[in-house]
Design a protein around this ligand. Sequence first.
Ligand code: ADP
Ligand code: GLC
Length: 494
Amino acid sequence: MKVLYVCTELFPFLKTGGLADVSAGLAPALQAVGCEVRLLLPAFPAIANQALSAQPIAPLPEGQMPWGPAPALPPASLTLITLPDFELPVYLLQAPALYERPGNPYLGPDGKDWSDNAIRFAALGWAGATLGQGLDPDWLPDVIHCHDWHSGLTPAYVRAFAAAKRATPATVFTIHNLAYQGLFPAAEFARLGLPNAWFDVNGLEFFGRVSFMKAALRYADRIATVSPTYAREIMAPAQGHGLDGLLRQRANALSGVLNGVDDQVWNPANDALLPARFDADKLQGKALAKSALQAKFSLEPRPAALVFGAVSRLTEQKGLHLLPQVLADMVQRGGQLALLGQGDAALERAFVDAATRYPGQVGVRIGYDEVTAHAVIAGADVILVPSEFEPCGLTQLYGLRYGTLPLVRRVGGLADTVVDCTLEDLDEGSATGFVFDELSPAGLLSAVRRAFVLFRRPDEWSAVQRRAMGLRFDWLASARHYLAMYQTLRPGAK
Ligand code: ADP
Ligand code: GLC
């Protein structure tokens, strides 16, 4: 089964969030369950600069297609590269005018979307679809698996080829976050090289604009998202972002496949970024990680303090705006906070202020830093993920693995992966963290208080910790789900 994996981020080469961790974990796992996987990404400098070898493949097709003109792109071609310590071949879409820019793949230095994002990501979609038409004469995928709106036009172009009676691969599209949709003015449509009739409510038109997300949801053969609960949530208006109706229509094609944890990167037993390795039977290393974290964040070196940690993009989605309002209570109960994050300027300021207000008890790092992320996830007692919505969430999974009990809101993948410390679930031995429902400071505080209660009962705390550390969210399990999906779409493929 030849699978082309189309995405925009790949850890450790280029990462803005969980999407990069998923590419690095899922794509090799698909290979491990028997697929032959290649990736396709834009040639962003962070990736292209690390290529060990590069082989030119072909320029992207231009000119007249059976349904009309191809997308109007600047010169663009594919190369096949290898990357250090990454086993899978990677197609890079070389289009210097589109991708050779500093910084973030999606945003300019002003923090705003690049103004030509429609054509930048249409090019990625076109590269994916034309690889499905034999652009690389040596490798033809059976399935093209796309991720998030950036590759949303691939299924649409594939469908356009199919409508012109060309043989095409099957398409699978995974939604990692329905909140980001790739919406562009109607005037962009003419350049995208799609059949004219598709700028329609039954195509990819969305309230007068072009939606790359809708294109994918409309034209992919199968749709997945990253947790079963999020799959249900996005079929209802509250979390459907206007696409719940379409998702309900496609309910039979939609499934939730939970993300996993990459054992090579997030495993306390072999994490080279920690002062000492540890596991459920030897927690001494976790105590060292905790004191190292307190030192790193200028927190008082109190082993008995309940340390809350957070590693997050600071956006509305993550619910961290609730946190400043419960800090006084947390600190008064003897708790500490170590927060690593960046994003929304007002939230950044609120946390920096909090660190000044509670010296020695609240430590804040604004920025993006992989090493500090490991320090927080390993060293804290509790990892906070109070999200408003969360398609899957990875930091709570990392927390579980490191015996850092997740404190989460009951939404999306958080609801699917953390079991609250209710008396019943403690008694049954299934509790793994702290879960609350109401998106309010009071809701958050109720779970924070439960964490303090459990922390005062060290035997019960370690029982929950052991259970959490024993859970496995294995990428192979997700890969097997996807393989079964590919097999129903292409039963004969080897
Ligand atoms: P999302 O993709 O919505 O941001 P996830 O929980 O799926 O949320 O994934 C977030 C990933 O990004 C995790 O690997 C987390 O450790 C990492 N991360 C988030 N913020 C930072 C930061 N400021 N510094 C380092 N890593 C971060
Ligand atoms: C998105 C979601 C997050 C998910 C990640 C990887 O960034 O916000 O919940 O874990 O994608 O699938």
